[in-house]
Structure formats: structure tokens, C-alpha cells
Design a protein around this ligand. Structure first.
Ligand SMILES: [Zn+2]
Length: 132
């Protein structure tokens, strides 16, 4: 446990030596299959690395669903607050949107096929793009 705390403290201290702005934020799902997997894969980190930029990470169950069809009135406000922090504090000027297949937050929609599911994700991503 002490080793974990030491590593965590070092991460905090080292962050003070970095600039406090970044170019982009990424809104994606919190699903573990996308992040920090025990097999070593981290698809979101790999995506950000390919972009070659620093990027705030905003995670929500269902990615953009809190914008398209929030299940609670506070969900949209909470997401907008995170975006506002990125824009005001980190001077973000680009927001990337990343949804994924087989998302548990989309379980209320009964897809009859993978194509139908992909079509819904594309529709939601396009809607979110217009939202801004
Ligand atoms: Zn998901």
C-alpha cells in the first residue's frame, strides 16, 4: 500500500511541472473494457497516443448518452460542467467523442443487429456534434 501511495504522490508532484493547458478533451464510456485492462490494453490511451496531443478524459456510462438521452436531469449538467472545466481551465478547443459497441448504458435499446447498433451510435455522435 505504501508503494502505491508513493507512486501516487509522485504523479501529483510531477503534474506541477507540466503546462496546465491541453488541446482537447475526450468524452467516452467508463467501461473497463476500454481502459486499464488487466491484459495491459488501454484502448482509450492508445487512441489519445495516436492523436499525439494532451487530452482531458471525461468518462460517463454510455459516453455521449448523457447528452443525447440523459436518464436523470442532473446527468447532462454534470457532463457540461466537466466540459466547461476543460474549456476554461485547460483551454481545450477540440472535443473528441468515442462510443463503443456492446455498451451497457445502451441496454435499454433492443438492437436487432450489430449494424442497427452502429447506426444508433453514429446517430448519437452526430447529434452530440451538433449540440455544440
Ligand atoms: Zn459503455
Amino acid at each position: 500500500m505504501k508503494r502505491f501511495v508513493d507512486l501516487w504522490v509522485n504523479k501529483i508532484v510531477n503534474s506541477y511541472n507540466m503546462k496546465h493547458t491541453c488541446q482537447a478533451a475526450l468524452i467516452t464510456c467508463e467501461d473497463f473494457r476500454l481502459h486499464q485492462r488487466k491484459d495491459g490494453r488501454n484502448y482509450v490511451a492508445e487512441f489519445i497516443n495516436k492523436l499525439g496531443i494532451d487530452c482531458d478524459l471525461i468518462t460517463r456510462a454510455g459516453g455521449v448518452q448523457d447528452i443525447v438521452r440523459p436518464k436523470n436531469t442532473g446527468f447532462l449538467g454534470s457532463l457540461l460542467r466537466d466540459i466547461e472545466v476543460s474549456v476554461k481551465l485547460h483551454k481545450v478547443n477540440t472535443i473528441f467523442l468515442l462510443n463503443h459497441e456492446d455498451c451497457g448504458a445502451y441496454q435499454d435499446i433492443n438492437f436487432n443487429s450489430r449494424q442497427e447498433e452502429l447506426k444508433q451510435h453514429k446517430k448519437d455522435l452526430r447529434y452530440t456534434k451538433k449540440f455544440y
